[in-house]
Design a protein around this ligand. Structure first.
Ligand SMILES: NC(=O)C1=CN([C@@H]2O[C@H](COP(=O)(O)OP(=O)(O)OC[C@H]3O[C@@H](n4cnc5c(N)ncnc54)[C@H](OP(=O)(O)O)[C@@H]3O)[C@@H](O)[C@H]2O)C=CC1
Ligand SMILES: CC(=O)N[C@@H](CCC(=O)OP(=O)(O)O)C(=O)O
Length: 346
């Protein structure tokens, strides 16, 4: 059994991890840490876990958590993983960080984007970017994983085949994303109230969202030419889900058959990425609560633009599901272990 602990278990990604890890046949849960609810039973804090778990949250005791676990998921706000990972490096324990502290390889870019100092620069080279569809072989041998951002996952899965196979003008990419509100975490702010969200729809952080450098880092490392993206996120009155509508101009002579071949061959052996058939369109509900990504890929012959619709659950493939997929790969388990949930319909 793999001994697993979660730091920051009371948040949305922490509770989503529990939903995947409790039924996982190879996992033994060790410590679930919380500053604010140490001593509270997990199924009192989260009654949806009644009958599924008999554990309580505890304060973070680094010696116990890092000393007794095989792998620790860090589910804290950005900026908190650097010091913790440095402390963990004294122990024989793997780390999967769901935050952004080790995703950006360029220290200046990280510090400008997140407005904090990179306090553990020596560990950066040891963190593998946790997108299995791109880095599966590196993940197998990794000690530390930087789990990708949620918007970034939807954008990369929607664009990597086109960029790697040089099908599109690399400067023409537009990513128009919509997210459910759980992407912002569990601590409420006024703009996340039901009264502000219901019947409403709005953009935020246009031109400057913190996921832009992460998307460009990963597209550029798969491209011969420099890639630049225009990315605008929007907030939906929904609990979870990301729907990214992606446009890019195709290069001369590229046909729809080239595009479809590229995506089908990139993902034919991927357990969680599904390229839809012609005429099928993805919906957020069809991946809700799962680790799946559904992609619709079309070429508009009239405008010469590729249109990709990429749908994930921000808490699934965008966070906890992908983190469990990475754990499975790191420990040599079947990749779908604990991740076989099917979305609910209706
Ligand atoms: N929500 C999403 O869809 C996604 C989130 N992520 C990333 O995952 C990480 C966790 O996100 P999420 O679960 O949504 O966040 P939440 O805000 O829901 O939970 C974070 C938890 O961390 C603890 N915490 C909060 N502030 C601090 C602090 N200053 N010091 C120590 N602990 C703190 C809190 O637990 P307590 O007070 O009990 O200690 C809280 O429950 C973030 O880095 C986020 O950006 C990544 C992809 C998607
Ligand atoms: C609705 C909302 O606010 N979503 C968050 C993105 C989700 C997130 O947690 O960011 P990471 O994936 O980088 O960790 C945002 O736009 O900043």
């Amino acid at each position: 059994m793999i001994k697993v602990s979660i730091i920051g278990a009371t948040g949305y990604t922490g509770s989503e991890l529990l939903r995947y890890l409790i039924p996982h046949s190879e996992v033994e849960l060790m410590y679930l840490t919380s500053r604010s609810h140490a001593g509270t039973k997990a199924d009192s804090y989260y009654p949806f876990l009644k009958g599924s778990i008999d554990k309580q949250f505890s304060e973070l005791n680094q010696e116990a958590v890092f000393g007794e676990s095989d792998v620790v998921f860090i589910c804290l706000p950005h900026g908190h993983s650097m010091e913790l990972s440095a402390a963990a490096s004294e122990y024989d324990v793997k780390i999967i960080d769901l935050g952004a502290d080790f995703r950006l390889k360029n220290i200046d870019v990280y510090e400008q984007t997140y407005n904090v100092e990179q306090a553990a620069p020596n560990l950066l080279k040891d963190f593998v970017y946790g997108l299995p569809e791109k880095y599966r072989n590196d993940i197998k041998n990794a000690k530390y994983i930087a789990n990708p951002g949620c918007f970034v996952t939807s954008a990369l899965l929607g664009l990597l085949p086109a960029v790697s196979d040089a099908l599109i003008d690399e400067q023409s990419v537009i990513i128009d994303s919509k997210t459910g509100v759980s992407g912002a975490g569990r601590s409420a702010s006024v703009d996340k109230l039901l009264t502000e969200l219901m019947g409403n729809f709005k953009a935020y952080n246009p031109l400057a969202h913190r996921h832009i450098p992460e998307i460009e880092q990963e597209l550029n490392s798969s491209s011969k030419n420099a890639v630049q993206v225009q990315f605008t996120p929007h907030l939906l009155p929904a609990e979870r889900g990301i729907f990214s509508t992606i446009y890019a101009t195709v290069k001369d002579d590229i046909t729809e058959a080239d595009v479809i071949d590229s995506y089908k061959s990139a993902y034919e052996n991927e357990p969680f990425v599904h390229v839809l058939e012609s005429g099928e369109l993805p919906q957020m509900k069809h991946v809700a609560g799962t680790n799946s990504c559904q992609l619709s890929v079309q070429l508009d012959e009239r405008t010469g633009r590729l249109l990709v619709l990429s749908v994930i659950d921000n808490l699934g493939k965008g966070a906890a599901g992908q983190a469990v997929q990475n754990m499975n790969i790191m420990f040599g388990l079947p990749e779908k272990s604990g991740l076989t949930t099917i979305a609910m319909m209706p």
